[in-house]
Design a protein around this ligand. Structure first.
Ligand SMILES: Cc1cc2nc3c(=O)[nH]c(=O)nc-3n(C[C@H](O)[C@H](O)[C@H](O)COP(=O)(O)OP(=O)(O)OC[C@H]3O[C@@H](n4cnc5c(N)ncnc54)[C@H](O)[C@@H]3O)c2cc1C
Length: 536
């Protein structure tokens, strides 16, 4: 087994991970950054529209606070929100210093993209950061898939995973920074990267940490729904010629009472639109029609992006559907980005708290920037302090290495498998998520979803990987099934509707009984769910 040693290990190379690594490196400590793919790629950050909601000359901190809490519907962790808002402008300054092309606009900042460029803003945002990394002392290890956090005597000591070539790898580290993103790709319809399957949530649960509010999933109303094409997110053009209609020809923009700017409606009525569109797609096909959009608009983003596609977007109406977009739930941190496990820090979408029951558009990238920087500083302080108190010490005892050797053998043990292909099982899980954990939930179907999930779990248990690739796939299946169980069970218990969470059988927000966060924990392998009154 390969063994590596570092002071700070950063897991995840999206915006949160890149910034936390760069910040931690300023301390002079050794930093190792790992991601499933090439650094910066395969991340949701690379797909982002590049909008940051942050106070600016026209949008005050008070405005930002009000808008964030309004979206969160009483479930936000207010101290974290205040940190986000207080530190936002400085984080934007730091991104600019790193060379990110950021301009003030509207309720914050946007990533500047030359009008004719068809590159995604997220790519333009992270490119300069990746360049910085390459010219820094930070060690990069792309292609490493983390399977477990290594926890010993109540502290995190590093992580275990597999390298690109399938070799097991044990990393010892004074502190670990988790920035593994969300889990949108567990849904059949999603606009995330395919590999964003909630690994970070599963890592936390298995390491004994609590997660919160996993039942709150944000759906984006407009994603491509054409079979055989990836369900990428569609930014409607600023054009009144764009039409939305169902298979009976009914004008849905009129039906949903959207008369002005569709993009604005997506920001301010995201939940209602997603729910209405989900219901419409359950009744039949829903189409977007851009045929009447004037020629010159096809030269600019977002239509120039569609124009490059082989699909005839200009020639015929195409199917659309809502899609899973963002996870509000996750692991709890304090204002220093520390989790409840000493030595483990977290930033970005994997974290819970800021967004409450629904995220205000543009707050995710701000969260990555602010808490990416804070987590890098905090991890460095933690390692320095530990060194002062205990001197440089070997974090891994001989016994611990032996224990992990045994665990690796268990992971790689070959047994006779079943006929189920991991790929088919993942498809079944994603379909199940879409059917039962959709924007519209209700008791009967949630119960049915849990029963069907239990039978898929039994099939997953019987998948015995013959190769390391299969092992990765089996881990994905286990992670997705665990998260899905949490979402369905948590949804069943929350008998109200709030923010992004909608129960058909409990359509109203119930502040008397439900100003509570849902608390998820694994105890002896069983998922335990309780509720906690809002604490701020
Ligand atoms: C299409 C789209 C557009 C968006 N636009 C905006 C926007 O304009 N404004 C906004 O505020 N928000 C936006 N969002 C949301 C925002 O982009 C994401 O929440 C944010 O980028 C997440 O960043 P992150 O650093 O937490 O994770 P990510 O960028 O998703 O990166 C996760 C990293 O973790 C790694 N990883 C995961 N599991 C493992 C493992 N087991 N082992 C090793 N590495 C692992 C991955 O390889 C990856 O490197 C958008 C999201 C999408 C999908």
């Amino acid at each position: 087994m390969e063994q590596l040693t570092t002071d700070i290990l950063v897991i995840g190379a999206g915006l949160a991970g890149l910034l936390s690594a760069l910040e931690a490196e300023r301390s002079g400590l050794r930093v190792l950054l790992v991601g499933k793919f090439a650094i910066g790629l395969g991340t949701n950050t690379s797909l982002a529209n590049g909008a940051f909601t942050v106070s600016n000359s026209l949008f005050s901190k008070e405005d930002h606070l009000r808008a964030t809490l309004e979206s969160g519907k009483g479930l936000n962790h207010v101290r974290l929100v205040k940190t986000l808002i207080g530190e936002g402008p400085e984080a934007i300054g730091r991104l600019r210093n790193y060379g990110a092309p950021i301009l003030e606009k509207g309720m914050g900042y946007i990533t500047d993209r030359p009008k004719s460029s068809s590159q995604l803003p997220g790519i333009l945002l992270i490119k300069p950061l990746v360049e910085r990394l390459k010219n820094s002392s930070i060690k990069l290890l792309p292609g490493l898939v983390v399977f477990d956090l290594v926890v010993e005597e109540g502290q995190v000591r590093g992580a275990f995973g597999f390298l690109k070539d399938g070799k097991p790898c044990l990393i010892q580290s004074g502190a670990v920074l988790l920035s593994t993103g969300g889990a949108g790709a567990i849904y059949h319809r999603n606009d995330n990267q395919k590999s964003i399957l909630g690994d970070g949530y599963a890592l936390c649960l298995r390491a004994g940490l609590s997660l919160f509010d996993l039942e709150f999933v944000q759906f984006y109303p407009f994603a491509l729904g054409e079979p055989g094409l990836s369900t990428f997110l569609l930014y409607p053009p600023h054009s009144k010629e764009a039409r939305l209609f169902d298979e009976n020809g009914e004008d849905l923009l009129e039906k949903f009472n959207i008369r002005g700017d569709l993009n604005r409606a997506i920001v301010v009525q995201r939940d209602n639109l997603s729910i209405a569109l989900y219901k419409a797609t359950q009744r039949g096909d829903v189409f977007f029609d851009l045929r009447q959009v004037p020629e010159e608009k096809w030269e600019h983003y977002p239509l120039n992006f569609l124009k490059r596609s082989k699909f005839p977007f200009r020639e015929r109406p195409f199917l659309i559907s809502p899609a899973a977009h963002f996870f509000m739930g996750g692991v709890e941190i304090d204002e220093k980005a520390a989790t409840s496990l000493p030595g483990l820090f977290a930033a970005g979408e994997v974290v819970w708290g800021i967004h409450g029951a629904n995220r205000l558009g543009g707050n995710a990238l701000t969260e990555c920037a602010v808490f990416g920087l804070i987590s890098g500083q905090s991890a460095a302080e933690y390692v320095r302090q530990r060194e002062q108190e205990q001197g440089p010490s070997n974090l891994f005892s001989e016994n611990l290495v032996k224990k992990w050797d045994r665990k690796v053998r268990a992971y790689l043990r070959k047994r006779r498998g079943t006929f189920d292909q991991p790929r088919d099982l993942l498809k079944d899980l994603r379909d199940l998520a879409w059917k039962y954990g959709s924007p519209v939930r209700e008791e009967e179907s949630l119960k049915e979803g849990l029963e069907r999930l239990a039978s898929i779990e039994k099939r997953i248990e019987k998948v015995y990987p013959a190769t390391v690739r299969d092992l990765f796939k089996k881990r994905d299946l286990e992670n997705v099934a665990l998260l899905l169980k949490a979402i369905l069970k948590g949804s069943l218990l929350r008998t109200e509707s709030r923010g992004s969470f909608f129960r058909m059988d409990f359509p109203d927000q119930d502040d008397r009984n439900w100003l509570k966060n849902t608390h998820y924990r694994l105890e002896k392998g069983e998922l335990q769910i309780t509720h906690r009154h809002i604490k701020n």
